[in-house]
Design a protein around this ligand. Structure first.
Ligand SMILES: [Zn+2]
Ligand SMILES: [Zn+2]
Length: 136
């Protein structure tokens, strides 16, 4: 039995089984469950919001994230997450279109460019041709 003072409340506890006293541990577990519950409902809640809502401390959240007991929405990650401007799917950083839409765009571009090659002539002909009559 290795006794140590709880880093949080100073109470003696058995250091082998836990890294703080039982009371603080239970308190932490309670907060963890609350945090997990909160994050289930608010997936994109930033850390400060969780801290505010649960009354949990920042270091606890950081610890849980480290221990992979919670996954916190990281605002620095968010800024690099892009959504496809065409279909709204998540895309890689720096890409405004997802792979599918990029491919679609590429194939329509190809199609368009081959059409466009004829376009100027058609346009010229149209202009020089003067009036057009709708065939009815
Ligand atoms: Zn304690
Ligand atoms: Zn897309």
């Amino acid at each position: 039995m290795t006794l140590a003072n709880c880093p949080r409340c100073g109470a003696l506890f058995n250091k082998i089984t836990m890294d703080c006293c039982k009371q603080c541990y239970e308190e932490e577990e309670k907060l963890l469950r609350k945090t997990q519950e909160y994050l289930r409902k608010n997936r994109v809640a930033p850390m400060f919001e969780v801290i505010d809502a649960i009354g949990v401390e920042e270091w606890m959240i950081e610890k849980w994230v480290d221990e992979k007991r919670i996954t916190l929405h990281d605002p620095t990650v968010q800024s690099t997450v892009h959504y496809c401007s065409s279909c709204g799917r998540e895309t890689k950083p720096g890409e405004t279109l997802c792979k599918t839409c990029q491919f679609k765009l590429l194939s329509t571009k190809k199609k368009n460019s081959s059409e466009q090659e004829e376009d100027p002539k058609t346009a010229k002909r149209d202009r020089s041709g003067g009036m057009h009559f709708k065939r009815s």
